[in-house]
Design a protein around this ligand. Structure first.
Ligand code: SAH
Ligand code: SF4
Length: 390
């Protein structure tokens, strides 16, 4: 199987075994059309939308503002079924990771990171990733497909089910923020990600505002502008290196879109300002990108861009080729950035014990065997060839 620039889109079945299609993942307009096709009045859309996304019901019988014949009609034609949770792991620090099995059997991971008064859900956009950043476990997963919008929305709904956070709109939500930082490159699946996020942001449903959503990209430059114009969500850039020479090696999409072009796209990001900074993620790799010279170079590169820098201690995975920088080195790096006026928090690794930390996600059912681990370079080469990166 070849891997194209954008993931293979062998679309998953959209209907269940009884031939019923799922209403989750339809845009508001599509839902209106689906209901109209059943002969339901227009005002029903608002009610059904609210039952699905505000109340989170999983059964049409629970839609109490609808007359019984209407509920029956909906149940005959549609479903609200969630994907199966194939695994539910809880870290000693409270981080929780779900392995979500889609209708076609493909699996993605989704992680909830609780904090005292809020919490973020790290959502996946693809099964695996076509890209091959050297420090990232997802990048070693061979099988890749885009997730449908419904499959992206359902990760959030599943988490809300598990956290018992229906209906929407409660104060102090455990799931208050969304970060598109799970498996996959969201800007290589923009249409589905955008559709899903529009559903999630809709004020009469899940209602998580654009201010609480961050999309992280390894640098798909041509899509960054659209992301800002159409979604206006927070942007995070996986920078990780300050020279093209190094970034070409560890974040190979750099060979297509080098640092200068990437940073220009950041300068031009619609809505960027001092109150809405771009986050630059920088994974700390021992002896590779963590010297004081790198830190100073980083400051120079980001000059003029409203930015905050997130230093991420490298999270190791079985067979990973790097080590995490020493704590003192990370602090020294951070001090240089702080002295230049950059907020540069060091991200506390969460959920390491359950392989839920940044860059450790990979469908549990296809963890690398020892033999495959030995051929990791072959996998990466195959994927890079398919991407025309080499
Ligand atoms: N594909 C997107 C989003 C998912 S990765 C992107 O690359 O931005 C989310 C973040 O985790 C990225 O900044 C990524 O570079 C970082 N990451 C990947 N592997 C990591 C690892 N092993 N340790 C720490 N961070 C890692
Ligand atoms: Fe893909 Fe992001 Fe991992 Fe790179 S860091 S391989 S873009 S998921």
């Amino acid at each position: 199987m070849g891997i194209t620039n954008h993931a293979q889109n062998f679309a998953p079945p959209l209907q269940d075994s009884e031939g019923k299609s799922n209403l989750i993942g339809l845009s508001y307009e599509e839902l209106a059309e689906a209901l109209a096709a059943l002969g339901l009045e227009k005002f029903r859309t608002k009610q059904v939308w609210s039952w699905i996304y505000h109340h989170g019901v999983t059964d049409f019988a629970q839609m109490l503002t609808l007359a019984k014949p209407v509920r029956d009609k909906l149940a005959e034609n549609f479903t609200l079924a969630r994907p199966v949770i194939a695994q539910d792991q809880k870290s000693e620090d409270g981080t929780r990771k779900w392995l979500v099995k889609m209708l076609d059997g493909q699996e993605v991971e989704c992680v909830h990171i609780p904090e005292s008064d809020r919490g973020a859900l790290c959502v996946s956009s693809q099964v695996g990733c076509t890209l091959t950043c050297r420090f990232c476990h997802t990048g070693t997963q061979r099988l890749v497909r885009n997730l449908e919008a419904s499959e992206i929305v359902m990760q959030i709904m599943l988490a809300r089910d598990a956290l018992k956070e229906w209906p929407s709109g409660k104060e102090d939500r455990l799931l208050s923020n969304i970060v598109m930082m799970g498996m996959g490159e969201p800007l290589y699946n923009f249409e589905n990600v955008a559709k899903a996020l529009r559903i999630v942001m809709h004020g009469e449903g899940i209602a998580i505002s654009k201010r609480k959503i961050t999309l992280s990209t390894s640098g798909v430059v041509p899509m960054i502008k659209r992301c800002g114009e159409e979604l206006d969500v927070g942007l995070a850039i996986s920078l990780h290196a300050v020279t093209d020479e190094l970034r070409d090696q560890i974040v190979p999409i750099n060979r297509k879109y080098p640092i200068k072009e990437l940073l220009q796209a950041c300068r031009d990001y619609p809505g960027v300002s001092n109150s809405r900074r771009i986050t630059f993620e920088y994974v700390m790799l021992k002896g590779i990108n963590d010297s004081p010279v790198d830190a100073k170079h980083l400051v120079r590169l980001l000059r003029g861009i409203p930015a905050k820098i997130n230093l991420i201690p490298f999270n190791a995975w079985p067979g990973s080729p790097f080590e995490c920088s020493d704590w003192g080195t990370i602090e020294k790096f951070g001090d240089i950035l702080n002295a230049e006026g950059y907020a540069s928090p060091i991200r506390t690794p969460r959920g390491r014990d359950i392989m839920a930390a940044c860059g450790q996600l990979k469908s549990a059912s296809i963890r690398l065997s020892a033999a495959e681990r030995a051929s990791i370079d072959a996998i990466i080469k195959e994927k890079e060839q398919a991407q025309n990166l080499i």
